[in-house]
Design a protein around this ligand. Structure first.
Ligand code: HEM
Ligand SMILES: Cc1cc2nc3c(=O)[nH]c(=O)nc-3n(C[C@H](O)[C@H](O)[C@H](O)COP(=O)(O)O)c2cc1C
Length: 521
């Protein structure tokens, strides 16, 4: 029998010895979960004794409630007293970002006008004006001292173009295919968990923007909004785009202007956007199978299995903030353990640390023999070869945006390592790269070195935070503009001309892993 609990009763439970919170009118006793919560105990305490629904939804999909101990749901809020239940409205923790834009009088102002964002780098400072410190830490956070992240960013500048001139570049096309599906552009939005922490419209805003631009995106297992709802928004938006297109082509047909309207850059009429699904494998295989089946039934085009996360990396910034939050609440022991990260993740079954190459056979069986699988997180040539031998269709060279292993190689270096030691992989598999790419023209460098497309994460998180779906669209537009302009300036009219002789990667090649030299040590 479910208990009916009054507001007077609920508000009493705000301590480490009795901590209740309300989500969707359900009262949960989370006392025994406090020290297991991967987001730390302090944030649960802050939202305890209150209706935490709105704040919970900004961060979590209802799916996470499965991690609570079975008897945590202790009752329902008494409807007669619900209106007096305090609503926890602090956005995550109420601490505003550390670097707000301020006026000369010192007052805080919001992001600049969207038109002032002309490069992807402009979105980060814009986002710092709106994101609370905890969300900002979540997105900027990188592993350990930040070497992997810095290496990613710097790697792009270590490859130069070898521009060709006098090539008639009046008409260019950046069309490609990704795993057999046409794509307007050779870049995509990387999977990022908890986009609700960036903006209230979260994943919905991103997929709407993708549909309007014909750009592909990979949805994270850890999305704030459940996958079926996101797919529904995406399909509805695609329907609208299609309708608008049909109306336009009728009008153009009547006026006989179709030919004149053909854009030089081939960006006006684009193929439909596509969504792919990123999979984290939890410890419980039946939960993993349920995820795969759901993604398949929903029509995601391919499955991107993340393999660089047997455990969560050492996100130094997040750990410091969790320690600070705990100290603010006088929880010294929790503060001390915050420095050792989200050990509870493993207990919470979220990542299967025992995952191995052999697991690909049941993943394949569940996903389907004829549907593409991409391994996300390949970081050396040997593993690229193993992925090929295990029958996947693609590999993503990635160090998770510098958030997982310390001193991990940037994707361009891994790409060159594959060129050098396992070049046949590049002929057989579609190879994707991500990490630190912040310019459309840089995308071309990866393509010249054999990549199919480039993923971008943080710039989209920042653009979404500052401007919602308009920000995501602008981020895509800036990248597209830089890419097509880049093609013209290096003398390329289509992506099949993206070949290694268009770039000088000598600086990265000089530092490539060299087993021959090592064996002489
Ligand atoms: C009451 C049930 C809750 C459960 C079972 C739960 C579970 C989890 C889990 C499993 C994670 C790991 C990341 C993920 O899977 O999304 C997490 C992270 C987190 N949770 Fe909760 N959570 C709950 C409530 C809340 C509430 C009410 C808040 C705040 C309003 C919150 C804030 C966070 C934050 C900030 C993180 C850290 C995310 C990161 O930095 O990676 N959680 N929680
Ligand atoms: C905020 C954030 C959340 C992320 N969440 C996930 C995730 O849920 N699954 C995953 O496979 N990768 C995740 N990643 C890694 C990205 O998919 C991608 O590899 C990385 O962001 C690329 O680097 P960039 O941010 O420098 O562009 C996340 C990255 C960020 C920044």
């Amino acid at each position: 029998m479910t208990l009916t609990l009054t507001t007077n009763e609920i508000i009493k439970h705000r301590t480490t010895s009795s901590c209740w919170l309300v989500v969707d009118s359900k009262v949960y006793d989370v006392t025994s979960y406090l020290n297991q919560h991967p987001g730390g105990p302090a944030i649960l305490l802050k939202h305890s004794g209150q209706d935490a629904t709105a704040e919970f939804r900004r961060i979590h999909s209802p799916d996470v409630l499965q991690y609570l101990p079975e008897d945590s749901h202790i009752g329902e809020v008494d409807p007669a007293t619900r209106s007096s239940l305090p609503i926890s409205s602090q956005h995550e923790n109420g601490i505003v970002s550390t670097a707000p834009i301020t006026t000369t009088t010192g007052s805080r102002i919001g992001p600049p006008h969207i038109s002032q964002c002309v490069s992807l780098l402009d979105f980060e400072p814009a986002a710092t004006t709106v994101l609370p410190a905890k969300a900002l830490s979540y997105v900027t956070s990188s592993a350990a001292s930040g070497l992997s992240l810095r290496g990613n960013i710097e790697s792009w500048g270590r490859v130069q173009f070898r521009p060709r001139v006098l090539q008639d570049v009046s008409r260019v096309s950046a069309r490609t295919t990704i795993l057999g599906f046409p794509a307007a552009m050779p870049f995509y939005v990387s999977p990022m968990g908890q986009l609700g922490r960036s903006h209230a419209d979260g994943e919905a805003a991103v997929v709407k923007a993708l549909a309007r631009r014909g750009v592909h995106g990979v949805l994270s297992t850890e999305s704030t909004v459940p996958a079926p709802d996101i797919m529904a928004v995406f399909q509805e938006e695609q329907g609208k785009v299609e309708e608008a297109r049909n109306r336009e082509s009728l009008t153009n047909g009547v006026n006989g202007q179709q030919e004149d309207k053909k854009l030089e850059d081939d960006t006006e009429s684009f193929p439909p956007a596509q969504l792919h699904y990123q999979l984290y494998i939890p410890r419980d295989r039946s939960a993993a199978i349920a995820r795969i089946r759901r993604a398949r039934a929903l029509g995601f085009r391919s499955l991107w299995v993340t393999v660089d996360t047997p455990v969560i990396g050492k996100r130094t910034g997040d750990r410091r903030l969790q320690a600070t939050e705990a100290l603010e609440l006088g929880l010294e022991a929790e503060a001390e353990s915050a420095g050792f990260g989200r050990r509870a993740h493993v207990a919470a079954n979220q990542f299967q640390a025992a995952l191995s190459w052999a697991d690909l056979s049941w993943i394949r069986a569940e996903w389907g023999a004829d549907r593409p699988i991409v391994i996300k997180g390949i970081q050396c040539a040997e593993d690229a070869r193993l992925a090929l031998e295990h029958g996947v269709q693609g590999i993503l060279l990635s160090n998770h945006g510098g958030r997982q292993a310390h001193s991990a190689p940037d994707a361009l270096t891994t790409l060159l390592e594959i060129w050098t030691y396992e070049p046949h992989v590049l002929e057989k598999l579609e190879v994707f790269v991500d990490g630190g790419c912040r310019d459309g023209a840089d995308v071309l460098k990866a393509l010249c070195l054999g990549a199919r497309a480039v993923g971008l994460g943080r710039p989209f998180f920042y653009a979404l935070a500052a401007y919602g779906e308009k920000g995501v669209e602008r981020c895509i537009d800036i990248l597209s503009d830089e890419l097509t302009m880049g093609m013209r300036l290096i003398g390329m009219t289509s992506l099949d001309q993206a070949k290694p002789d268009r770039v000088n990667a000598a600086r990265l090649l000089n530092e490539l892993w060299n087993p021959g030299k090592l064996s002489r040590l």
